[in-house]
Design a protein around this ligand. Structure first.
Ligand SMILES: *[C@@H]1O[C@H](CO)[C@@H](O)[C@H](O)[C@H]1NC(C)=O
Ligand SMILES: *[C@@H]1O[C@H](CO)[C@@H](O)[C@H](O)[C@H]1NC(C)=O
Ligand SMILES: *[C@@H]1O[C@H](CO)[C@@H](O)[C@H](O)[C@H]1NC(C)=O
Ligand SMILES: *[C@@H]1O[C@H](CO)[C@@H](O)[C@H](O)[C@H]1NC(C)=O
Length: 422
């Protein structure tokens, strides 16, 4: 079963193949590829995947959500830091969010794993991708924050403490926006829909992440053209094309293609889930479980694939309060029951969670990483078509730890609107 075959693709395919197999500069041999590199640990035992998937589905249960994007790793590690500063049911509810169906590795705590994953991503920065991240816990008119909590949050989870000013909610919002812009490397994030009313004693968790992957093998600039993206609206977008050897799997029963494309040096990869046919993502969103994702990723096999992807950006700013409450985090928000006694002494009845805010930006572009990647020439035969002219789901995972840096959906690609919509 093949995805739709647009006529122009059939025509352009031979051209694409020739270009695909000649762009590789360092020629070693045209023999069959060496055995595929070992896979990262599967999602099943990973707290970033477990929380990420539950949050994603909570966000997507609101049918108006478009171009969802967030960093499961940053949310999980910031909540992990906060659980270290809490006690009683506040702590157990925070820890429950990081539970996985199977343990990651005997003796390795969720927090430890997340901390290692954060380091692993930071090390691949600049070579495998351009990454900006910031995590902070803001406090409003709170008792002094304990040095131990501040130090531990900073050292293990890159979580900084920032006091909010004395001003009103407008001033708070301005401060948060300024922080997010700096965290996004100077980029203006999408506006925040939710209202922020930080009462005295409020803690606000905030994460900001900007990501641009650098492929192991580039999508050449001359392999780019304008085509139609069949999203929420039909738009004209730049599409990039490349034929090569990729991990790929077709789930015929569920009518979805799974593609894993390495980023430079194999330090991380982009995983894409694309329905066979043009449809919105509602069906696929509901299908996702950790078990199924682990199975799909294990089943991917090195295959000749002709990939077409839109050059697109996803930008998202969300408040996760409603979703975290739905996932069982209830006590932390209530001043009377929340117990953040590890964040500040004698804070019982004062400190509470006032918000969990998230800014994220993802750029899908054609470039590969720089440097001497000694890549073998690829022997491409009868490629499968991975023609992403309609909505798909995206993951970015770390190779060494398997952790999930980003999860999102491209429901709509910005571009000139077409008038002949169906
Ligand atoms: C990645 O590198 C850039 C450029 O050196 C730097 O500005 C940024 O802070 C780094 N990101 C992380 C997460 O370390
Ligand atoms: C990717 O992860 C696997 C499994 O942990 C490891 O064996 C391999 O060396 C890693 N590759 C790179 C390029 O780090
Ligand atoms: C991957 O492909 C190889 C060779 O085509 C085959 O022997 C192997 O069974 C496949 N693995 C999976 C998991 O499908
Ligand atoms: C995505 O954002 C980057 C950075 O702001 C910009 O340079 C690029 O042109 C954008 N790409 C698209 C397809 O809009």
């Amino acid at each position: 079963m093949l995805p739709r075959l647009p006529v122009y693709l059939l025509i352009s395919l031979p051209v694409l193949l020739v270009q695909g197999s000649t762009t590789t500069s360092s020629k070693k041999s045209s023999a069959a590829p060496a055995s595929p590199p070992p896979r990262p640990p599967p999602p099943l035992g990973d707290p970033s995947w477990a929380l990420g998937l539950r949050l994603y589905q909570a966000l997507r249960s609101d049918s108006s959500s478009v171009n969802t994007l967030f960093s499961p790793l940053l949310v999980a590690s910031s909540l992990g830091a906060l659980s270290g500063g809490s006690a009683g049911t506040t702590a157990s509810q925070l820890q429950d969010l990081l539970k996985t169906p199977t343990p990651f590795k005997a003796g390795v705590q969720a927090g430890e794993h997340l901390s290692v994953a954060l380091k692993s991503f930071a090390e691949a920065n600049v070579t495998a991708f351009h990454l900006h991240t910031s995590s902070a816990v803001f406090s409003k008119q709170a008792p002094p924050v304990s040095k131990a909590f501040e130090k531990d949050g900073q050292a293990r989870f890159r979580l900084q403490h920032q006091p909010l000013g004395k001003g009103d909610s407008k001033a708070d919002l301005k401060q948060l926006h300024g922080w997010a812009k700096a965290g996004l490397g100077g980029l203006e994030g999408a506006p925040l829909e939710a209202e922020i009313q930080a009462k005295a004693g409020a803690l606000i968790l905030a994460n900001a992440l900007r990501f641009k992957g650098l492929w192991e093998r580039e999508f050449g600039e001359d392999n780019t053209d304008r085509r139609t993206f069949l999203g929420k609206k039909y738009t004209k977008v730049m599409m990039m094309h490349r034929a090569g050897l990729y991990r790929h799997h077709e789930d015929i029963e569920n009518m979805v293609q799974v593609l894993e494309a390495p980023l430079w040096g194999g330090k991380a990869s982009l995983v894409l889930l694309l329905p066979f046919h043009v449809e919105n993502l509602a069906r696929l969103d509901k299908l996702l479980t950790l078990e199924l994702l682990s199975k799909w990723l294990e089943k991917t096999n090195i295959t000749s694939v002709a990939i077409s992807l839109p050059k697109a950006n996803i930008t998202s700013t969300i408040s996760l309060q409603k979703q975290l409450i739905a996932l069982g985090l209830t006590d932390a928000w209530d001043q009377k029951v929340a117990d953040f006694s590890g964040v500040a002494d004698k804070s019982k009845g004062k400190l509470h969670l006032g918000g969990v805010l998230h800014w994220a930006f993802l750029e899908l572009a054609a470039q590969a990483g720089k440097g001497e990647a000694d890549l073998e020439e690829e022997n491409i035969e009868k490629p499968k078509l991975f023609y992403a002219d309609h909505p798909f789901i995206i993951f970015v995972r770390d190779n060494a730890t398997g952790a999930l840096l980003l999860m999102g959906a491209l429901d709509h690609a910005e571009g000139e609107a077409l008038h002949d919509e169906l």
